[in-house]
Every structure is written in C-alpha cells, then in structure tokens.
Design a protein. Structure first.
Length: 192
C-alpha cells in the first residue's frame, strides 16, 4: 500500500479511539446546507463555524450547481429538513484556469495528469486518451461572481426546490479567509 493509505488509516485509528459522536442525529442540527468547491484549501467547518452534525456540505469541482449537487440539496431538505442553503465559490479556483475545450483536448491526448504554467495546461502522457470528455459539461468558470449568480439562479428556478428555502451566494477569499456576499445572487435566492 501507499504512504498516504497508511497515514489515512493511522489517523482514522487515532480518531476512532477518541470518537464520541456516535449518537448524532442524521438530520443536520443547524438545518442548513453548503454547496462549495472541493478545493483542499477550503475548510467549511472552519470558515462557517461548523461542528460534526451541524450542516450538510456538498462539494464538487467549482462548487457548481450540477444535477448531482441539486440532487443532494433536494435530499437535504426533503428528507433531512434543511431550511437554508449557501452557494460558496472561491478566489483562485482551478475551474477558472481552463475551458471545456481545453479539458476535452487534454483527455483526448492521454489520461495522465496534466501540468500548468504561464502558457496554460499541457499534457505529458503518451496516451491513449479518450473522447468521452466531449460528452461532459465541465462547468468551468470564466466569471467568478457571475457563476455564483448563475448557480443560485439555477437552484432557485429548479422545479424540485421550494420557494420558501433562501439561497445565499458567496465567494470565499482564499487569501483572507473571509466570505464575501454576492448580493445579486442572494437577492435571486430570496425565499418567496
């Protein structure tokens, strides 16, 4: 096994020895959900003051309102009672560094990890790649604030989302740790 594998299992063993959260209820105690990016620099527990069991945190590349993210939000309210939602994108997001076309071209070239420099993304693999990337909307970001507005709008207008749930839009600043509200998104997401 790998060193990372061993580290994860060791950390889990230490955690399990002190574990005292086995009686937490399934519904989140604070009745809200956060949709945010998978970026490792973001710690929603810290930036939103969460303890285990407080809220649902749904993460994907870019924190985008994909079909699967909306599926999770709908389950969150319908079965587990969340009453408020936050959409939180962030500064310096990797999803701002490429387009769908760039991603598709990289995947056609090879399935190996690409690299980025001042000239953009580069594939170093010898192939084979795959054309399957052409069938995926990668939900890249060309306008950070605009993407928050777009995602809140998509969630707000979804037929499975009740109008009574407020949806707030924010950008997390990776350099300061602050949440910066996107007023236009929050206005669109107002409960009705």
């Amino acid at each position: 096994m790998s060193e990372i594998f061993d580290q994860v299992l060791s950390a889990n063993s230490d955690y399990a020895e002190r574990f005292d959260k086995g009686e937490l209820a399934m519904p989140p105690a604070r009745s809200f959900a956060i949709l945010t990016c998978m970026d490792a620099r973001l710690d929603p527990a810290k930036y939103a003051g969460l303890a285990e069991g407080d809220a649902h945190v749904i993460r994907n590349a870019g924190g985008r309102a994909s079909d699967d993210a909306i599926r999770s939000l709908v389950i969150s309210y319908k079965l587990l009672g969340t009453r408020e939602w936050f959409v939180i994108h962030h500064t310096d997001c990797g999803m701002e560094t490429f387009t769908d076309e760039v991603m598709r071209d990289l995947l056609v070239s090879s399935l190996e990890t690409a690299s980025i420099d001042e000239h953009g993304w580069h594939d170093h693999g010898s192939g084979p790649g795959s054309t399957e990337g052409a069938f995926i909307d990668w939900l890249t970001i060309s306008d950070r604030v605009g993407s928050v507005v777009m995602d809140v709008q998509r969630i707000r207008s979804h037929p499975l989302v009740p109008a009574r749930i407020p949806i707030y839009g924010f950008v997390y600043d990776c350099h300061t740790g602050r949440l910066i509200e996107v007023p236009e998104a929050t206005e669109i997401g107002k409960a009705r």
